[in-house]
Design a protein around this ligand. Structure first.
Ligand SMILES: [Zn+2]
Length: 328
């Protein structure tokens, strides 16, 4: 029986795998939400508390993540300032995305960029041995609806703003999960990406309803679908968002979220299952209870790892490439 595109069949003789990917972007990721930017809720201080909490939790349990940073967020203030001509060029090409960003950038002070600066967090993650991946140059969509020229400028910015000389990420997490331009990214050295967590079919509202519905399934079973080769890259299944209990998502309580992940992890004990959790570190700022659900679930993951039931991997791990060469 053929497998869905971008997946391989379950291999029960293999251990199950847990991957955590983080979309690290600060205010770059919410550039189209002026009210949120102006509220000041997401700032250097609150970002620091969220990132430090996540790092401490991972370190306590010896777990590794794929930390995908937006280049402009990962860059130092000085590097960001010296790259302004290139950022201006991207702004000319994509004025809508930069409507809220241009003012703080042109002001040219760290104070004006409060909430846009994540260089310290990049170095903390890198220093603790996590996989450092890419989440776009300025968080502009890298999806198929964005012009190739704009993607090329984003890639150029990524090189210019590399937080350390020679830094070349190999995994990409697409901003807003808008997937596209794989051949261009592959030509720039990327070998893996995370797919969108939803099917292409259906409108945005239907997608949201389907994604929300998942949060109430406290008997959820881990997927048998492993990463597979797609567009000459390793395509990781879209994974499961760690619930952000705000708006309609608040109907799924933290207790339900923990129960859901407990069930997912228990189902993975049979082997051959693939679990991928993702969220944005800044989600912990607007929903502080997420810090507790994250800690509780990481404790459960660490226990499964300790018991030999599951392996903790990052997206760039060689095993995913090896698995692609297995007969399916
Ligand atoms: Zn993002």
């Amino acid at each position: 029986m053929p497998h869905p595109a971008g997946t391989t069949s379950a291999q029960p003789d293999r251990k199950s795998v847990f991957v955590l990917s983080l979309d690290c972007e600060g205010l770059w990721g919410v550039a189209d939400q002026p009210a949120l930017i102006q509220s000041g809720i997401i700032n250097q201080n609150s970002l620091g508390m969220a990132y430090d909490r996540i790092l401490a939790t991972l370190a306590r349990h010896g777990l590794k993540a794929t930390a995908a940073f937006t280049s402009a967020f990962a860059a130092s203030f000085e590097a960001l300032q010296s790259s302004r001509p290139l950022i201006e060029e991207i702004t000319q090409a994509e004025p809508a995305w930069f409507k809220q960003i241009s003012g703080p950038l042109r002001a040219g002070t760290p104070q004006a960029l409060n909430g846009f600066l994540g260089n310290r967090f990049w170095h903390l993650f890198a220093g603790q041995g996590h996989e450092m991946a890419w989440h776009g140059g300025t968080h502009l969509s890298l999806g198929e609806n964005t012009a190739r020229r704009s993607i090329e400028l984003e890639l150029q910015l990524a090189q210019t703003l590399a937080p350390v000389a020679g830094f070349k990420p190999t995994s990409v997490i697409y901003p807003r999960n808008c997937v596209g331009h794989q051949a261009l990214l592959q030509a720039h050295g990327f070998t893996s990406y995370r797919k969108a967590p939803w099917q292409k079919q259906g409108g945005a509202l239907w997608r949201r309803v389907c994604q929300l519905g998942k949060e109430f399934n406290v008997l959820a079973q881990a997927s048998c679908q492993f990463p597979a080769k797609e567009h000459a890259m390793v395509a990781h299944p879209g994974g499961d968002f760690l619930n952000w209990p705000r708006g309609a998502r608040a109907l799924a309580t933290p207790a339900m979220t923990i129960a859901r992940w407990k069930s997912l992890l228990k189902s993975a004990r049979v082997g051959g299952r693939y679990l991928h959790m993702w969220f944005h570190p800044h989600n912990l700022i607007t929903a502080p209870e997420m810090a507790f659900t994250f800690e509780a679930i990481m404790e459960l993951v660490a226990q499964e790892v300790k018991n030999g039931c599951i392996e903790n991997r990052v997206m760039a791990d060689q095993i995913f490439l090896e698995q692609l060469s297995c007969p399916t």
